[in-house]
Design a protein around this ligand. Structure first.
Ligand code: PMP
Length: 361
């Protein structure tokens, strides 16, 4: 008998990230992975350069200074923050710690793909709950809970749909859950949200023992390449994460970059102002061109082209101008493309390419 992994592993489809190269194109407009468009904050670059000089040393395994800086920035207790090699790592640790064979994990139908990938890896049964207008259906999520449910995921705002649940709905979701189900509030796009009622998760984490919030430096902070995320949870969940994480899970460069990024004055404000203005400009232009632009609270737009063939043709029209966006077939939304909001001139290329496509294509 040949070597075999656990059977559930064979049901996992590998995560395929956004493309970053196009044959024969010099300037790529990479709008496929919801990265911040401005590069890393200058103070993060400085801090990473300085950290490189000490790279013969292991990093601080507890990321003490970084957790203190996060705590100061967001008004949180550093003892209840755990840092990870991207928030992906934290999501995996939570699933492997609380899920596993014989348990169920609940997510919405077009929730972030990694919940399903890691859920299957862990051996959980993954239940995908249909949405309403591409928005999480709280009643459906609660109705899906069974005796074996241990984990529920809500990305708010959600990737790839861009949709958001009002805080009252998140509260209702949390209130309807048993104490032995962990609610993971994935707030990867939190900084971009401008709705006054929005709470990335702090309040609910503090109000109980079974809610955890995950955040990332990959989006608004422009540090996708260093892999840095963090979780804020109740003491019990934090204790579990600290037991299972590998000793030096966040490398020295990432720790330095995070501290530097948090020290960069005005970075979030500048990024959010740009995103709000440019997202509105792209949305208006693509709506005027006749496409379906789904409302988004993130740094990206999900755009519908009617059917899969037309979405594919639109993708080709964008690629012809050097713009790489994300095809959505893997999410069961083959009629859509997900387009990250980039620099102003990059967005203009998207508008021009798709307006021309609407006329000629
Ligand atoms: N959650 C959501 C909703 C995301 O969109 C992403 C990034 N694609 C992640 C988590 C993972 O982010 P990180 O780079 O911190 O692993």
């Amino acid at each position: 008998m040949s070597l075999q992994p656990r059977p559930s592993i064979l049901s996992v489809e590998p995560y395929i990230g956004g493309e970053s190269k196009l044959a024969g194109v010099n300037r790529i407009l990479k709008l496929s992975s919801n990265e911040g468009p401005f590069g890393p904050p200058p103070k993060a670059i400085e801090a990473m350069t300085a950290a490189a000089l000490d790279a013969n040393r292991y990093p601080d395994g507890n990321a003490t200074a970084l957790r203190a800086a996060i705590g100061r920035k967001f008004g949180l207790d550093p003892a209840r923050i755990v840092c990870g090699n991207g928030s992906d790592e934290l999501l995996s640790m939570l699933i492997l710690a609380y899920g596993g064979e014989g348990t169920e994990l609940i997510m919405s139908a077009h929730g972030f793909m990694m919940y399903e990938i890691t859920g299957r890896w862990a051996g959980c049964q993954v239940i995908k709950v249909p949405e309403r207008n591409l928005t999480t259906d709280v009643d459906g999520m609660l109705a899906a809970v069974g005796p074996r449910t241990r984990l529920m995921f809500l990305a708010n705002p959600n990737n790839p749909t861009g949709s958001i649940l009002p805080q009252s709905e998140v509260v209702r979701l949390r209130a309807g859950l048993r104490e032995d189900v962990l609610l993971v509030l994935d707030a990867a796009y939190a900084e971009y949200v401008t709705r006054p009622d929005y709470d990335a998760g702090q309040t609910l984490v503090d109000a109980g023992s079974n809610t955890v919030m995950c955040r990332t430096f990959s989006k608004v902070f422009g540090l996708g390449g260093v892999r840095l995320g963090w979780a804020y949870g109740p003491a019990g969940v934090v204790d579990v994460l600290n037991r299972v994480r590998s000793p030096f899970n966040v490398n020295a460069t990432a720790q330095a970059a995070g501290i530097g990024a948090l020290a960069e004055e005005g970075w979030i404000e500048k990024s959010v102002a740009h995103n709000v203005a440019e997202r509105a400009r792209v949305a208006a232009a693509l709506t005027a061109a006749g496409f379906t632009v789904h409302p988004s609270e993130g740094n990206f737009l999900l755009v519908g082209f009617g059917d899969a063939a037309r979405a594919k043709a639109a993708d080709a029209a964008l690629k012809a101008r050097g713009a790489i966006v994300r095809m959505m077939g893997g999410y069961g939304l083959a009629e859509c493309l997900r387009i990250t909001i980039g620099l102003t001139d990059e967005n203009t290329v998207v508008i021009e390419a798709l307006t021309a496509f609407a006329h000629d294509g």
